[in-house]
Design a protein around this ligand. Structure first.
Ligand code: TYD
Length: 133
């Protein structure tokens, strides 16, 4: 599986402004079990630093911007989230770090599973060992 992919959500616009609709198993490629959002991130703070054993997520920067580093154990790449019409799809076993949050950043995340701490790999060496298996 590739490191990540983008979904372009159509912005339904008229003279009043814009609206984006997210539909589970339609524009979002899984049944959504959880939604969370990150906001008010202090300047210079980074988040994430983990991978998931079994979790699909779509991250959308509703307002503001941030930078995500994604790593599958072999390759590292960067994704810039800065648009409410672009969803970043992140699958299993991808190490993610979030950096450079703008003050106004609201990062919305749709997840395929409920929160489960046992699904997290929070140690990078452990992650590297898991992807080698
Ligand atoms: P954490 O995993 O540290 O966030 P990030 O990956 O953005 O650095 O999560 C912060 C806290 O929120 C931690 O105590 C776990 C909790 N949490 C939930 O209770 N439910 C959730 O869906 C998420 C994502 C986190």
């Amino acid at each position: 599986m590739s490191l990540f992919k983008w979904i372009d959500f159509p912005a339904l616009g008229d003279e009043r402004g814009f609206l984006v609709a997210l539909e589970a198993e339609e524009s979002v490629p899984f049944a959504i079990k959880r939604v969370y959002y990150i906001f008010g991130t202090r300047e210079g703070e980074a988040r994430g630093f983990h991978a998931h054993k079994k979790l699909q997520q779509v991250a959308i920067c509703i307002t503001g911007k941030c930078r995500m580093i994604l790593d599958d154990g072999e390759e590292r790449s960067e994704a810039r989230l800065d648009s409410p019409t672009k969803g970043l799809v992140i699958g299993d076993l991808v190490w993610r770090e979030m950096h450079d949050f703008s003050e106004d950043c609201v990062l919305l995340v749709l997840a395929s599973e409920h929160y489960d701490e046992s699904d997290y790999i929070r140690d990078y060496d452990e992650f590297k060992n898991q992807v080698k298996l």
